[in-house]
Design a protein around this ligand. Sequence first.
Ligand SMILES: C[S@@+](CC[C@H](N)C(=O)[O-])C[C@H]1O[C@@H](n2cnc3c(N)ncnc32)[C@H](O)[C@@H]1O
Length: 281
Amino acid sequence: MGKDNKDNVDEVIHYYHKTESRIGYDLFLAGTKHFGFYEQGDSPWNWSQALRKMEDKLGATLGLRKGSSVLDAGCGNGDVAAYTASKYGLRVSGIDVLDFNIEEARRRSIQKGLDDLLNFREMSYAALEFPDNFFDGVYTMETLVHAGDAKAVLGEFIRVLKPGGKIVLFEYSKDPDSLMSTRASKAYREVNYISAMSSFQRFEHGVLEQMLKEVGFHSVQVEDITENMLPMVRCFALLGKVPYAIGRVIGRPDKVINAMSAVEFWRYRKHFKYNVYSAVK
Ligand SMILES: C[S@@+](CC[C@H](N)C(=O)[O-])C[C@H]1O[C@@H](n2cnc3c(N)ncnc32)[C@H](O)[C@@H]1O
């Protein structure tokens, strides 16, 4: 796959290849890389239940018929695609820029006997190798925050969607710097820089829904589900406290970036939202 600095791909690959990043996701989330959804009374430590509930939220919001073809843009190890295929009968094409994730996604889909519903390819969502009007649905699960030019990526998503097709995005947004203390805005800037989340830095509340409209989507809706995912952020912040403190003492917080982001996002949680965006072509 060619280099695509404009879309932040080299930085993304560098971040996800870091040992801490790989071990962290494997150890805590079995390689899946998204937050969970909690209902009242759910144990904050039951992560696999929370992950599946978030994926059910995705399936319900997509609301597509069995057999529909869907693009999972930034599919990671393919767990979300596998769940939506097995539970909702969707035919999912997963793409990601991480070669080791695509290999793992293929391996898991064969192991689960889902390879007739799933296919995975190494590709950037900034340059989709699919024809126009191809998919019934497109979704992202915590990936568009990495885009160098999110509006251009939304342009690619609307191109590959059939007329009437549905887009669903699970993405964060934040307060503008003017509403944050200097310490809080510095923390967001540093975490977003180290984690290659250049679009999160620009996704102030309201920006992504405006972009969806500007590229031509209609029926744009946004649901704020921050309260439903905060229990997992809190767990990670508790676990990350000591590693982050050590990282700061040795002057290398970037070495413990997952711990750093958990602690800082928990500390400044009033400044971000976790949203489910949906819209129609
Ligand atoms: C936080 S992880 C989420 C992975 C998966 N959606 C999940 O929920 O487990 C973000 C993913 O987006 C992928 N990604 C980032 N930029 C991308 C791009 N330009 N094209 C495709 N995938 C990208 C990363 O490689 C990473 O696997």
